[in-house]
Design a binder for this molecule. Structure first.
Ligand code: NAP
Length: 527
């Protein structure tokens, strides 16, 4: 049952006077669910509860926190069909996607639980004292990663489950030992409330402190701004637009005590097509790319928005096949009228640039909020000159650039901003032949793909989802995979600290049995 209230810790609360409804983009009408935006008092209460909860939660063992994460996954599953129905109504996304994303969300929670149960993620490092060292004795130093404090997570519009209320940001923050306050995404506040209820139930079952989690509704930027500037908040996770992410990043840096904002933002995910890919498998790649551009109505941060090839008859063939293929695919409903109108506006703006040709366009009249795909082409010189063409169009849209030669291709890559992914289509000889192009691409991206499509982000320890600005605000971190935990921790050194008062991870006997670096060598032995 959706109440429309905020969760301030365990309490449902409706103190504010601003209300909003979510929207069903397929029916093009508001949903039946009305939500109460959090007011200042509720924001302050959530932050102060989180601050107190932190002092208790941070002390819990990894195994105890893991039971909480596993219980959340179980409670999400227990929400059953209601969650799937609310998700599909609020997002316009199909049931299969909802079920898949729910599985991914539970999988992420369980992956972090397993990480905690194993325990070595804290990177314990011990340099024992050398009292007899000459000319000076050496002190005992032991270091490990410790949680930073309450984290604000902004639910993202394009992943109502996997990057929202109990998504990767929340799961990684809980795993690190940090309480979470979610700023629910206004487009799927009902989905958010259901998942929030699952977290609250799991917290009660596993005896977590009140305030370890709160969920706040909002339909404007004020609640998010207030949270990011609140003194109790120590970090922020965000997925969304460059405009939104950079605004929050600036706000956090203007605080008297700046805090990190890990924002994952825009990307055109360049694809570099070397000649062999076109001569050997041009049609196959064209068809695969038509599908990748259309996937989820292009509402993925890894959508292939820019394809670079060297002009040739085989590139012309690739463009023709891609255009013909994408033209046959049915448009898909977008998440919300605002995202749809942003898409239409950006698509028209780029299509109106000089020297740009349309390769494929879906012109048939469609129902409201359906994304009509478009693919453009332009030559390398004009692309280089016009940086408007470099911007992300969030939706089923891509630009194919006909570069005059390999050096123009390299010049284009050098001019691009940071990206989440970069892809090379070709063979291994071409990796050698065009090494400077490949190196230039690698410098721009967080993940570099050989002979594949960028859509589809595996959740595993080796995934890097993030890249140089503006793909993300800090390219050293990932928002997908268990490595995401590192965003919410900081190293602390304990000098000459009494053994029994050290965290277990650093104690002589190694009671957790974790792998540590002792005197520079990896070992799980006791000291
Ligand atoms: P958004 O505009 O970036 O908003 C994301 C969240 O941040 C929302 O909850 C929004 O709050 C909040 N927000 C935005 N600007 C803010 C500010 N200045 N201060 C405080 N809070 C702020 O993204 P969206 O609504 O999900 O979608 C809009 C566009 O973002 C899309 O059309 C697309 O271009 C882009 N997008 C990109 C990705 C990606 O992965 N690259 C993913 C999703 C969206 P309110 O909604 O309550 O105002």
């Amino acid at each position: 049952m959706i109440s429309g209230a905020n969760y301030i810790g365990t309490k449902l609360s409706k103190k504010g006077d601003k209300q909003f409804n979510t929207f069903n983009p397929k029916l093009n009408i508001p949903t039946e669910w009305t939500f109460q935006e959090a007011n200042e008092e509720e924001i302050n209460d959530a932050a102060s509860l989180a601050k107190t909860a932190f002092t208790i939660y941070r002390e819990f063992s990894g195994k105890r926190k893991a039971t909480f994460l596993r219980a959340i996954a179980e409670e999400i599953e227990n929400l059953g069909d209601e969650l799937i129905q609310v998700y599909t109504q609020e997002s316009g996304l199909p049931e299969g996607r909802a079920i898949g994303e729910r599985g991914r969300t539970m999988g992420q929670l369980r992956a972090f639980a397993a990480l905690l149960e194993e325990g070595s993620w804290v990177e314990a490092s011990i340099d024992p004292a050398q009292p007899n060292r000459q000319p000076m004795p050496k002190v005992d130093l032991r270091k490990m990663l410790c949680p930073v404090g309450p984290i604000v997570v902004f639910g993202s519009s394009n992943f109502p489950l996997a990057f929202s209320t109990a998504g990767g940001d929340t799961a990684s923050a809980f795993a690190s030992g940090c309480p979470v306050i979610v700023k629910s995404h206004p487009m799927h506040a009902g989905t958010g409330e259901l998942v929030a209820s699952a977290i609250i139930k799991a917290a009660a079952k596993t005896e977590m402190p009140n305030g370890v989690f709160s969920n706040l509704n909002s339909s404007g930027i004020e609640v998010g701004q207030h949270l990011v500037t609140h003194p109790a908040v120590k970090g922020v996770g965000f997925t969304g637009s460059i405009k939104g992410g950079t605004a929050l990043y600036r706000l956090a840096n203007e605080r008297p005590d700046p805090i990190p904002v890990f924002a994952e933002m825009g990307s055109v995910n360049p694809i570099v097509v070397f000649p062999s890919a076109l001569t050997e498998k041009g049609d196959e790649w064209a068809k695969q790319y038509a599908g990748s551009i259309m996937l989820g109505a292009g509402q993925f941060c890894t959508n292939p928005g820019l394809i670079l090839g060297i002009k040739s008859t085989s590139l012309d063939g690739f463009i023709a096949t891609l255009g013909a293929e994408i033209g046959t695919l049915e448009p898909i409903c977008m998440l919300h009228p605002n995202i749809h109108s942003n898409y239409e506006k950006a698509k028209q703006e780029l299509s109106a640039q000089t020297s740009v040709d349309t390769v494929a366009d879906y012109n048939t009249v469609v129902a409201p909020n359906m994304a009509q795909q478009r693919v453009l082409t332009v030559n390398g010189t004009n692309f280089l000159k016009n940086t408007k063409l470099h911007q992300e169009v969030f939706g089923p849209f891509s630009i194919i650039v006909r570069c005059s030669d390999a050096s123009e291709m390299e010049a284009i890559l050098a001019k691009l901003e940071g990206q989440l992914t970069g892809t090379v289509l070709g063979n291994e000889n071409e990796l050698k032949k065009y090494k400077t192009i490949v190196d230039t691409l690698q410098d721009k991206v967080g993940r570099i793909i050989f002979n594949g499509v960028p859509t589809g982000v595996e959740v595993c320890p080796s995934m890097q989802h993030g890249g140089p600005f503006p793909a993300a605000t800090d390219s050293r971190f990932t928002s997908v995979g268990t490595g995401a935990i590192r965003r919410w921790v900081r190293p602390v050194s304990f000098q000459n600290w009494p053994n029994e008062w050290l965290p277990e991870a650093l104690q002589n006997k190694n009671p957790l049995g974790i792998t540590r670096v002792v005197d520079g060598s990896h070992t799980s032995n006791a000291l």
